[in-house]
Design a binder for this molecule. Structure first.
Ligand code: PMP
Length: 363
């Protein structure tokens, strides 16, 4: 459509998976196992559901447009001030707010090869250009990124762990990188999966947030907190950056159910622990299964793992679909021979492994 501005006309939209119900109808199957969108296989926690229930009678009112209560709970948990927090409709919205506030035609965003698909979308949508830096061992090559920073580079998107490869940067390297950036260049550290990172490896980016005024950390309730359908994310930054993001934010960008559920989920330590234990066990089960099938995978710090099939992933994806398992082809991420598998429940993981073994034997 010619009236759309140039950058937008050339955009390749994010392709989300089909709803399970539609696929079940199409394939004539029931009980499809979906391991495709890095969701929490446990379902929402009881505390989050109770908070939703308690909020239902208040739905004629607008939600709290400043998210006071959720921000206070986040501030307390992470020992930051509430004015350092910005809430978004999923952490995707925070990425978009950053692009709208800090990018424009003539300016540049930088991110890695195999990086999250939303970075190019938000960049192009505001007419900025993207500098895509070749990956190092499937992850962000910080030295190559630092070397490419120019006067035009205003935002660098780094996911840690990275989706879809699951690679994790060392905190010392990341800190050195962020503190070496020139003042005109912001770093968005996308920690959508940080809760899954093994504590021993540690993520301590919050400790150096204050010392790095050009750092924006984004996190989400979609993954470890199991609330992807409600769309709640947040950023942690300097108050100055939070103030700018708030200026471009829609009022009431988080609905009342989402705000209440997120706050309850944040206080539900048991659910989080159970989620992490399920993930750790599931990652182990899947990788043992891959090994048994003679397959290699990219070691992942997230709640998903990309397995190398050494042949095009698309036909295997389609064969798995016919057996009732949805996984994620990642050819559009520059990984045509990989499939990304989200960690499921023990039963889902075994169902997938059996389907994969059958498929590889027959395709
Ligand atoms: N960042 C990364 C790296 C992701 O993988 C995702 C989810 N796929 C998001 C951000 C966005 O998640 P949400 O908008 O649900 O918070």
């Amino acid at each position: 459509y010619d009236l759309a501005v140039n950058g937008v006309r050339q955009l390749v939209p994010y392709v989300a998976g089909k709803p399970i119900e539609e696929l079940e109808r199409e394939l004539g199957l029931t009980d499809i196992v979906k391991l495709a969108s890095n969701e929490n296989p446990l379902g929402p926690g009881k505390k989050a559901l109770a908070a939703i229930q308690a909020t239902l009678p208040k739905l004629t009112l607008y939600p709290d447009g400043n998210g006071f209560s959720l921000k206070s709970a986040l501030a307390k948990k992470y020992k930051v001030n509430a004015d350092q927090i910005t809430l978004g409709n999923g952490s995707n919205e925070l990425l978009e707010l950053v692009a709208r506030a800090f990018l424009a035609p003539g300016l540049e965003a930088m991110f890695s090869e195999h990086a999250f698909a939303v970075y190019p979308i938000v960049t192009q949508a505001v007419g900025a250009t993207a500098a895509i830096i070749p990956a190092l061992h499937y992850g962000n090559d910080l030295a190559a990124m630092a070397a490419r920073v120019s006067a035009k580079t205003r935002v660098i998107f780094i996911a840690n762990p990275n989706n879809p490869t699951g690679t994790l940067l060392r905190q010392a390297d990341l800190q050195r990188f962020v503190s070496s950036l020139p003042g005109h260049c912001l770093c968005v550290l996308d920690e959508a999966y940080f809760e899954f990172v093994d504590n021993k490896e540690g993520i301590n980016s919050l400790d150096w947030l204050l010392a790095n005024p050009n750092l924006i950390i984004t996190r989400t309730f979609s993954k470890a907190y199991g609330l992807a359908g409600l769309r709640v994310g947040y950023s942690l930054s300097s108050p100055e950056i939070a103030d700018i993001l708030n200026r471009v934010r829609q009022p009431f960008n988080n609905n009342a159910l989402a705000l209440a559920a997120a706050e309850a989920a944040l206080a539900d330590g048991d659910y989080l622990q159970q989620t992490i234990a399920t993930n750790t066990q599931g990652m182990q089960d899947l990788t043992i299964g891959f090994k048994g099938l003679g397959l290699e995978w990219i070691p992942s710090a997230g709640n998903f793992v990309s397995v190398d099939l050494k042949r095009p992933g698309q036909p295997i994806y389609e064969a798995l679909l016919r057996l009732g398992v949805i996984v994620r082809p990642v050819a559009n991420y520059g990984l045509p021979n990989h499939l990304r598998i989200s960690i499921g429940t023990p039963a889902e993981n075994q169902f997938f492994l059996k389907a994969l073994a059958d498929t590889l034997a027959n395709v």
